[in-house]
Design a protein around this ligand. Structure first.
Ligand SMILES: Nc1nc2c(ncn2[C@@H]2O[C@H](COP(=O)(O)OP(=O)(O)OP(=O)(O)O)[C@@H](O)[C@H]2O)c(=O)[nH]1
Length: 302
């Protein structure tokens, strides 16, 4: 094979493309050999598959053909900068970018770059892997970690993160927010009378009803069991009280999957500047407890 050593600047040099073709053939990655003008001089079968071409069809295409239109000019500039001072950029160094499949679909890829000299001409070997499956899996895991599987609502863990963020935002830019804690009344009786599966349906229906009542900026979370929490950015106590009352009435009139009426108790409070998450959560919990003590199916503001 035609390896001839290394150039003065340490770049591997080859007498011809035979060794590089062999390396492409055995590589687990899509591999392209690109010349200084950005023309593809060689592509392995995996590159053809990744980008939707026959491997031989890719030869002669500009590398920018594989870059989404909006990024092409910038890519060309970056390529020139890279060629002026080429360094090895291995896989796993986090060089993620968007590539363009022949179908027009944009695909996330990670790339590695290795400068090579072939018969005295500087070129770049580009290896690429498709990140679509990994990205989709990451998004799915992220969703699962932050949501309740029964209702699809934000879970307690993520709600606490959002709450901390809202407090930080309030401290930095001003602007308050309100919190409503909700607990379905006598939910144990629903389970005991109709069974756990029917109880689950009630929880789902309840979540749907509430989701229809809130704004896009609000966050509804399942706090645990039959308890829910609502974060209302930019909302004062009067606004939160009105929403809590509207929710109470809506739940009263809601057709549930089980016979009879379901009611809810609600605690409402507003964030007071400088207080801790703990202080805020304690107060909203006390408000809810007061609503339960006062006979349930009501709103208490603290
Ligand atoms: N079906 C179902 N039930 C749940 C779930 N999580 C918690 N529960 C039930 O919710 C009920 C909560 O009961 P309690 O804490 O006694 O409260 P309650 O009966 O609603 O009474 P008050 O809150 O005092 O009005 C228990 O029966 C739990 O088993 C769930 O995911 N699905």
């Amino acid at each position: 094979m035609g390896q001839a050593g290394a150039s003065g600047d340490g770049v591997p040099s080859f007498a011809d493309t035979a060794t590089l073709r062999w390396m492409g053939d055995i590589s687990p990655y899509a591999v392209l050999l690109v010349d200084g003008d950005g023309a593809i001089r060689q592509a392995n079968a995996k590159a053809g598959t990744l980008f939707g071409y026959g491997a031989e069809e890719m030869v002669g295409l500009s590398i920018e053909t594989l870059v989404p239109e909006g990024d092409r000019q910038r890519h060309g500039e970056l390529r020139e900068t890279y060629l002026a001072a080429p360094r090895e950029r291995p896989m796993g160094a986090g060089r993620e970018l968007q590539a363009l499949h022949r179908s027009g679909e944009v695909i996330p890829v990670e790339i590695a770059l290795v400068p090579v000299d072939v018969a005295g001409t500087r070129m770049v070997m580009v290896s690429a892997i498709d990140l679509s499956v990994r990205k989709a899996l990451e998004a799915q895991l992220h969703h699962q970690a932050n949501h309740d599987p029964l209702t699809g609502l934000v879970n307690r863990y993520h709600f606490e993160e959002l709450l901390a963020r809202e407090i930080e935002r309030g401290q930095r830019y001003g602007g308050g927010f309100a919190l409503i804690m909700l607990d379905i009344d006598h939910f144990k009786a629903v389970n005991d009378t109709y069974g756990h599966l029917e109880g689950d349906k009630v929880l789902r229906r309840f979540a749907e009803e509430l989701t229809g009542k809130i704004r896009a900026a609000d966050t509804l979370a399942r706090w645990g069991g039959e308890e829910f929490m609502l974060l209302l950015p930019g909302t004062d106590i009067a606004g939160a009280r009105a929403l809590a009352e509207a929710i109470r009435v809506a739940v009263n009139g809601c057709r549930m999957p089980v016979p009879g009426q379901v009611t809810v108790s609600l605690g409402v409070t507003g964030y007071r500047n400088g207080e801790s998450v703990w202080g805020l959560l304690k107060r909203v919990d006390e408000a809810l407890y007061a609503a339960k003590l006062a006979g349930r199916d009501q709103v208490v503001v603290l």
